[in-house]
Write a protein that binds this ligand. Sequence first.
Ligand code: PHE
Length: 340
Amino acid sequence: MKERLMNLKEEALKSLEAAGDLAALDGIRVAFLGKKGALTEILRGMGKLSAEERPIVGEIANRVREEITEALNAKKDRLAAAESEARLACEKLDVTAPSGVISLGGRHPIALVQEQIENIFISMGFTVEDGPEVETDYYNFEALNTPADHPARDVQDTFYITDKVLLRTQTSPVQARTMEKTKPPIRMICPGRVYRSDAVDATHSPMFHQIEGLVVDRNITMGDLKGTLDLFAQKMFGEQTKTRFRPHHFPFTEPSAEVDVSCFVCGGKGCSLCKGEGWIEILGAGMVHPNVLRAGGIDPEEYSGFAFGMGVERIVMTRFGIRDMRYLYENDVRFLRQFS
Ligand code: PHE
């Protein structure tokens, strides 16, 4: 029996040595010292011993239990310390470590160019106005001297919501709204989204951006329009830039013109950007029609004005050499990253 007790001790100490964690340790305790464990099992045989042998074996058994318990506790302390050290090590925070790369988003090219155009006109004393994208027929057409049978009102071009409500096809309705609420002198621009029922292709989109401009005061002339747009073109496309006015027709301006700028790549000689023309069309403009002034509550005998409107996408595309408008709306980060 003595031998069995000694073997038991050896075996227990060996298992303790090998135990890797606190759970394994608990398993060992149950296996050797538990109520149904190996030691209890051996001590069941005590009854068969003589009266002299019993206390001796009893003492040995107690010592074995004590030694195993002691070894168990010592191992438990060591394991607990190691575990807490490991936890601390992986929770450690190095506040001096350099931070990872934080990648920032960039402005969209349309927003970049829009802001640049706004800043040029703000520097000339223009205010920036806003207007609704869901507009009435009155402001989009009627107040802009666009009679009911004008081709621009064709359902082909305009998204109608009801008979009288539509998605604005141009930023010009903001001219009419501004004249209604402001007395001259007026110097304003209005950037915003406009909508036309066009199929998507490399140069068309049912939604695009325009920037409108309006100046109303006493003695405003075509010379003021030309001077303003010349200065704008120089600031936008470079000091050498010239403008060219071609006669055109808009219902809300008289006279009207389409305005080109000399190609900022070839300087007017002709290249692939300007398609050999030497000029790039960027906006429509003209002197505000007396009917439009009247609709805005302004006396055309006393005041005159000029207006212009430009497509932002077109300027973005020529500026950055973007051949297909769809890139501007697909939000492919490989494209957008080039502008940040
Ligand atoms: N609204 C016109 C367009 O969308 C542009 C324009 C604005 C022309 C103001 C003249 C004056 O084509």
